[in-house]
Each structure stands twice: as C-alpha cells, then as structure tokens.
Design a binder for this molecule. Structure first.
Ligand code: 9D3
Length: 254
C-alpha cells in the first residue's frame, strides 16, 4: 500500500510512523508512507494555500487549486469518479466527516493507495469534497487544530490491518472491537502490589475458568465504560444473565 499525506506541516509526521508495528510494516515493504507539502503545488510567488471565505466570516479556507494539483500528481486522476475501481481512496480529514471506526479502517485497508488531505483553518473549499474526495472522515466529536493528528490516527489503524503487519503471536481478529466488546483486564507480576492482589483465578491454571472470567469481565467493563457497544454485541443467554446480576462493588474480591 502507498500512503500520501497532503499537509502544510509535513514535518509534523517526522517520527510518528517510526515506531512499533507501523515502523516494521514500512521496513518490511508492506506500506510506503510519505508526507507532502501542499505549498509545493502552489504556482504564485507567495505560495498561498488559503484565501478568505466567500460570503464573509472569520478564518481562511484552503484553496482548491493546489489540492487538486497535488491529488492529480499523486494519483493521476483529476476527480473522484476516475478513481472508481482503481483501489485509490482520497480521504479528507474533516470535522464534517463520517466518524472513523474499526469498520472504516478495515474498508480502507483494502486500498492500493490512500491520499489523505489534512485540513487547517476554517476548512477546505467544498469543491474538493464534491469532486475529488472519496471519503470525508472525522476521528470523533472533539475539536482538533487541524487534520494532521487525525491523519496519524487513521494511518496507524489502517497499517496494522495490512496482511503481515502483526506478528504471528497476535492477530487483528484478537483485538478489542473485533467482537464488539472492550478487552478484559490484564495483570502481571507481582501477584500482590501495594496491598492489591491479582484475581486468584488468573494465578491458577484452569483455562476454561480463566476464559469465562475474562469474558465476564470484558462484558462488565464494556457496560461500565461503553454501554453503547453492548447494543450491537451478540451475547449468549449465560452472558445476558451475568449482566443481569448486580455489579460487584469491588471486582478484585472475586
Ligand atoms: C467553527 C467550526 N469548526 C468546525 C467544527 C471549525 C473547525 C474546527 C477544527 C475547523 C477545522 C478544525 C480542524 N479539525 C480538523 O481538521 C479535523 C478534525 C477535528 O477537529 N475533530 C475530529 N476529527 C477531525 S479530522 C480533521
């Protein structure tokens, strides 16, 4: 996969992809990630990428011409229609996008090339969205200063899904969210830390009991922190019964 990021701050991405799974995927040739300076596609002497909004108002808007030139030079296509069936996605990171989640990550992980456009200022000329962009994406309901941190998040989530990116000891299908629930709690040595003990069930070797404990605690954690996720989860009768029980005051006493 090739990933091209169009930004006015290419140095922002200096080292974010140089760690862990993403670095290994790059070193192994699974992905090639490059950040490009949008100003490189300006043609005026001041290298202007933004202009004042039609209709008035505060702030500046990213001009269409450099963005169209950038996407055209990186993909060969002048509009989104030409990209149909080519495996190329042109993603605009924007607060107005559909919200990114693991399903969208999986969808984008099938692409041959992804071009990400990072917005800044008040926004991007809407003709970019209307004719050039295949996917307008937000990473959630909070205000960022620009699209760059969102691009880093989206690229990370996609790259770790590429075949071969995860070591054989782990797999993407084991991840939190793959079954629609949060992960269960983890413990390691020492068995007692500052007066608090790891659950006894984990210290014994009863693997079916451990599996049951983990599933139950994943369900309780999900209900506590992300009750919205439970609505879509496929639960057995026994699991529904666990959730019907009173929530233990202190889990560690189990
Ligand atoms: C005043 C209206 N604001 C829009 C909601 C202005 C505005 C805020 C933040 C315009 C641009 C930005 C910069 N944010 C992004 O470019 C962005 C973003 C975000 O702010 N939150 C979640 N996901 C994303 S993806 C890109």
């Amino acid at each position: 996969m090739r990933v091209d990021i169009i930004t006015i701050f290419p140095d922002y991405f200096g080292a974010v992809f140089d760690y862990g799974i993403v670095r290994r995927a790059g070193a192994g040739g699974l992905v090639e990630i490059k950040a490009h300076d949008l100003r490189g596609w300006t043609t005026d002497k001041h290298r202007m990428v933004d202009d004042r909004p039609f209709g008035g108002g505060d702030g500046m808007v990213l001009k269409p011409e450099p963005i169209f030139a950038a996407v055209e030079s990186l993909t060969g296509a002048r509009q989104a229609q030409e990209l149909a069936g080519t495996g190329v996605r042109v993603v605009l990171l924007s607060p107005q996008g559909r919200v990114f989640d693991q399903k969208v990550a999986g969808e984008l992980a099938g692409a041959k090339q992804i071009v990400l456009i990072c917005g800044r200022y008040e926004g991007v000329d809407e003709r970019v969205v209307e004719t050039l962009v295949t996917d307008e994406i937000s990473i959630g309901d909070y205000v960022l200063s620009g699209g760059e941190p969102a691009a880093a998040v989206v690229v990370d989530a996609i790259v770790r899904l590429l075949p071969g990116a995860l070591g054989s000891e782990t797999s993407a299908s084991n991840d939190s969210f793959s079954d629609g629930l949060l992960d269960f709690p983890h413990y390691t040595r020492p068995p007692e830390f500052r007066g608090s003990r790891a659950p006894e069930v984990l210290l014994g070797g009863n693997h079916s009991e451990i599996a049951r404990w983990r599933r139950r605690r994943a369900l309780l954690k999900t209900r506590r922190n992300r009750p919205d996720l439970l609505e879509c989860a496929a639960l057995s009768e026994a699991e529904r019964a666990w959730l019907a029980e009173e929530e233990p005051e202190i889990f560690r006493d189990e």
